[in-house]
Write a protein that binds this ligand. Structure first.
Ligand code: GLN
Length: 480
């Protein structure tokens, strides 16, 4: 059952909200020793299901009534450990819920647990976690992508129909592609960042995972809306997310030439071709589009993201939250706490970001990156005068083996080559499962103009309809 079906049956009184929770718990107990999607399970979930039962009985129309949801562990959950997969947040339980989490609960969802990630969402494989890697449910020797790898794996493994992640440079879309799930990153400002632990504030957005287009729309819509607690939250009314395949037939899609060059596996290029053919047969128009500045997107992203991270992560000093390594004076205390609390990738980012911002280098690095960012946004705007949507591979390859890129940060960063530009420009995008290569899922990324999320969902719904959901299955874990 998908989330829409669960909520409908719970509201109709045909299904007790405790049942989907029991099923999810049973599946996690049976399979998660191998996958390791979860860092923490919520001991209050049964009590929350009880509360949903009472609310349903009073006739509250809850859009996610009784739906079990997994939440990335960089979103604050009241009284429940929030670690960011970092040693430095050891023992920290926030005194409040992130707005996204509060909205889930208000909609009747049940948070079943917190999922693994790369430490502070810095990474592309979920291997940079202080608690060990998550494995890809499609092949346990491979990574699920990152940084929201735990949430992607929880959906792919069939534990939950929907999950929350965060996307700063691709951390929802890339793991969605690697696990055969749908992943959505909204327009910057659409979903409140309040309670999302900051990595790079001008790029960070909460995003969503699901196995069906209607579920992805349902959970995303629940999260959207203005929030005075986040100064970058948009005041615009949320889009009408009622995916309509018929409406998609009138769209023109631009295939981005720069993302279809060398570096893609044959399976990825083949998936793009077949995506085009199937949708052309439905009347969708395809053209080719050039975005020359995309070649500089990765370099600009890794300057902007690290610069902002170096500033955001200054707050973990052993005084305010989490772990403290005691010392005779406060400076030594801070130094030792940071030395022992942060993992190697986080330290690398802080160093790079501090360097990019340091006097004498600021203009050459950070300043230049901001100019590239501006130009990328302008090129996107130009393209959207000709087309309604853009399409690219989500990633140039399917999921790679555990350990394959751990010793080479540049190789790891390259797996985000097709996703980071979207964050630099603040645009909405969606990754949908669109093929397999040697048994591993592949994803296609759709990009829309700011605030035009509805087009992403319409086209995804049309593709889902013509392929009859062939690429949206649960990973074949049970037989193993
Ligand atoms: N993989 C990218 C990085 O390491 C993106 C991370 C993210 O979106 N949180 O920065």
């Amino acid at each position: 059952m998908d989330a829409v079906a669960i909520a409908q049956r719970v509201r109709a009184g045909e299904l007790d909200p405790g049942e989907p929770l029991r099923d999810a718990r049973e599946r996690v107990a049976r399979l998660d020793a191998q996958v390791r999607a979860f860092l923490t399970l919520n001991p209050e979930a049964e009590a929350e299901a009880e509360a949903v039962r009472r609310r349903v009985a009073t006739g509250e129309a809850l859009p996610l009534a009784g739906v079990p949801v997994a939440v990335k562990d960089n979103l604050a959950t009241r009284g429940l450990a929030t670690t960011c997969a970092s040693g430095i947040l050891e023992g920290f339980a926030p005194p409040y819920d992130a707005t996204a989490v509060r909205r889930l609960r208000a909609a009747g969802a049940i948070i079943i647990g917190k999922t693994n990630l790369d430490e502070f969402a810095m990474g592309s494989s979920t291997e940079h976690s202080a608690f060990g890697p998550t494995r890809n449910p499609w092949d346990l020797k491979r990574v699920p992508g990152g940084s929201s790898g735990g949430s992607a794996a929880a959906v792919a493994a069939g534990y939950v129909p929907v999950a929350l992640g965060s996307d700063t440079g691709g951390s929802v879309r890339q793991p969605a592609a690697f696990t055969g799930t749908l992943g959505f990153k909204p327009t910057y400002g659409r979903i409140s960042r309040y309670g999302l632990v900051a990595f790079a504030s001008s790029l960070d957005q909460v995003g969503t995972f699901a196995r069906t287009v209607r579920d992805l729309a349902r959970v995303s819509l629940v999260l959207m809306g203005h929030d005075p607690a986040d100064a970058t939250s948009l005041k615009a009314a949320p889009p009408a997310l009622e995916p309509d395949p018929a409406r998609a037939r009138a769209l023109t899609v631009g295939l981005v030439r720069e993302t279809l060059e060398a570096g893609n596996t044959p399976g990825v290029l083949d998936a793009v071709d077949r995506f085009r053919e199937r949708l052309e047969a439905e009347g969708v128009r395809f053209v080719e589009v050039e975005l020359p500045s995309l070649r500089h997107a990765l370099a600009a992203y890794y300057l902007v993201a690290t610069a902002e991270a170096s500033s955001n992560l200054a707050r973990y000093d052993g005084v305010h939250y989490g772990r403290r390594v005691a010392a005779g004076d406060v400076l030594t205390l801070m130094e030792r706490t940071r030395e022992r609390g942060f993992g190697p990738e986080v330290k690398r980012r802080i160093l790079m970001g501090t360097f990019a911002l340091s006097s004498g280098y600021y203009d050459a690095y950070y300043g230049r990156a901001l100019k590239v960012r501006r130009r990328i946004a302008d090129e996107f705007a130009g393209a959207f005068r000709e087309v309604d949507l853009l399409a690219t591979p989500t990633t140039p390859t399917p999921a790679f083996p555990l350990g394959a890129k751990l010793d080479d940060p540049m190789e790891m960063y390259l797996s985000d080559v097709d996703t980071v530009a979207v964050n630099l420009a603040g645009l909405p995008a969606l990754s949908l499962p669109a093929g397999f290569e040697e048994g591993l899922p592949l994803g296609i990324q759709l990009i829309a103009p700011a605030l035009a999320e509805d087009r992403l969902f319409d086209l995804a719904a049309l593709f889902e309809q013509v392929t009859e959901g062939a690429y949206q299955q649960t990973a074949p874990l049970d037989g193993r």
